[in-house]
Design a protein around this ligand. Sequence first.
Ligand code: 1GP
Length: 248
Amino acid sequence: MEQPVLTRIHEKLAAQRALYLVLLDPDSFPPDENARLAAMAADGGADIILVGGSLSLKGGMSETVREVKQSSGLPVVIFPGDLGFVVPEADAVLFLSLVSGRNPQLLIGEHVKAAPVLRNMGLEAIPTAYMLVEGGATTSVEFMSGTRALPRNKPDIAMAHALAAEYLGMQIAFMDAGSGAVSHVPEEMVRAVAGYVDIPVMVGGGIRKPEAAAMLVEAGAQLIVTGDVVERTGDLGLVSEIARAIHD
Ligand code: 1GP
C-alpha cells in the first residue's frame, strides 16, 4: 500500500527536527470557522492538520475536512474517535490502536470494521500506537474507551508499550495526555521513549506554550500536536511561536 502522507512526514523529518500538527474538532466549530483556523495555522507554520476527536455530536466531518483542506493547503489527517469520523475527503487517517489499554475492541475490533471502509475510500492508513498518559484529569478518551491511562511517573512502562507497538509494525508512537490536559506528557517520559524506539514519537495533550513544545522536541518528540490552545485563542502570533519552537 502506498503511504504518501507517511512518506512526506519522513521526508520532512529528514530536513527539520520536528513537525507541528494542529488538531481541529468538528464539534467545536462549524466547518467555515475550522477552515479559518486551519488557514491561520498554515500561515503560522503548521505542517499537518488533524481533524477529529473522541465524540461527534454534530457531524460535519466531510464538510470540515473539505473546507479545511482547501483553506490551509495542508495535508489533512483524520484523528478518529471511531469509524464515524472516517470520510474520503481526507488525505489519510491515523489507524489508531489504543495500546495503553486492554480493550480488545480498540486493539483490533474497530480495525476489522474500518479496514475495508478505508480501502474502499482509497484512504491511506497510518498505523499509530495510541498511548494515553495521565494528564491530571479524566479525559474523554479514558472515559469513552473504558481504559486507564499510563502512569505519568513510570517511563519504563511507556517504553515497553512503544517498543511492543514498533515490533507489531506500528509507524508512530503517539503519547497523548488528552485534550485540555492539566499537565502534558512529562519530558522524562518522552526522552525515555524516544531514546528507546526507532519510530517517530508524537506528543499531544495540554501543550499550550512554545517553551513546552520546544522542551518536548528537545527530549526527542518528532511530532507535536496542539488543539485546545489554537481553538481557544485563534492567535496567529502564538501559533507561529509554537511552530518556530518546534521547527528551529
Ligand atoms: C488531544 O493531543 C490532542 O488528543 C491535543 O490536545 O487539545 O490539549 O492541545 P490539546
